[in-house]
Design a protein around this ligand. Structure first.
Ligand code: ATR
Length: 275
């Protein structure tokens, strides 16, 4: 029987996950579909029951449901538990199990820039995305991580959990030239006219600036970083790798990520540079 998968979120029309997974299904001769499903927060429980009843083999969960889905599932793995967020649900017989591939997806993308494991890293933001990334960096052996956030208390809390340091935004801006990698994880950047979450005035030339936002591909943060002579890493890699890890959890197959980064970059109107 044809299998089907989905991504649920609110809004959902912008999601490129259906486009990406359908290509991977075709490339791997898998007879399956991938549907975007608009689910409002008040309907999440019914939606989860419907996915179960109608036989979804698995699904992605996006904003704003990543935490709210947890009590509706039959269980979650350690990564999702640490992050207190689920982006991937796998069906195992009659059970739905939650996982989270966002943090590992980011680290796989970061690896394409060949970072040294002793790089001094500044993580900007302390929300759900920053949480996943800080745990994944830790697991991958990157130990020199400093967290800064508009609300300092959240940076302190996350730093305490991951054995990182926390600095205020003003401090981070003063010591910016001491970092090799700066990772932008806040939701700023989705809108062109928003102020940057951190001033890049003191950034050192050659620093790697990474953004997790992939649409727009050239965020204000990356544009500014480029102006200052930084190397940049946009959010397309993270998007593709988090999807590839989900795909492997669902099908047992590792899809082609390199080609997909190229396809998604072109779809978003960016120029693909083959590293
Ligand atoms: P997500 O799951 O996408 O990370 P979140 O948990 O709501 O979403 O976290 C959003 C992050 O973006 C937080 O670090 C937030 O900072 P606060 O903790 O101070 O709220 C950050 N953020 C959102 N808007 C921002 C802005 N205008 N300037 C700076 N940081 C901002």
């Amino acid at each position: 029987m044809k299998k089907w998968y989905a991504v649920i979120g609110d809004p959902i029309a912008h999601s490129l996950s259906p486009f990406m997974h359908e290509i991977w299904f075709q490339e791997n001769d898998i007879d399956a579909s991938f549907l975007p499903i608009h689910v409002e927060p008040s309907k999440l429980k019914q939606a989860c029951e419907a996915l179960h009843l109608l036989g979804a083999s698995g699904f992605n969960v996006t904003v704003p449901h990543k935490q709210a889905i947890i009590p509706l599932l039959d269980g979650i793995d350690d990564t999702a538990a640490k992050m207190n967020a689920v982006n991937t649900v796998v069906r195992n017989g009659k059970k739905f199990k939650g996982s989270n591939t966002d943090g590992d997806g980011f680290v796989q993308s970061l690896r394409t820039a060949n970072p040294k494991v002793d790089s001094r890293i500044l993580l900007v933001g302390a929300g759900g995305a920053a949480r996943g990334i800080s745990f994944a960096l830790n697991r991958a052996g990157f130990k020199d991580v400093t967290i800064t956030n508009r609300t300092f208390r959240r940076a302190e809390e996350l730093a305490a959990e991951t054995g990182s340091k926390a600095v205020t935004k003003a401090e981070a801006e003063q010591i910016l030239n001491g970092f090799d990698i700066i990772i932008q994880t806040t939701s700023v950047g989705l809108a062109e006219d928003e102020a940057l979450p951190i001033s890049l005035e003191k950034v050192r030339e050659g620093t790697l600036a990474a953004d997790i936002v992939y649409n727009p591909i050239d965020t204000p943060f990356l544009k500014k970083a480029e102006e200052k002579g930084c190397k940049t890493l946009n959010g397309v890699g993270m998007f593709v790798y988090q999807g590839a890890i989900s795909f492997e959890k669902w099908t047992g197959i590792k899809p082609d990520t390199e080609k997909m980064i190229q396809v998604i970059t072109e779809k978003l109107g960016g120029n693909y540079v083959n590293r």
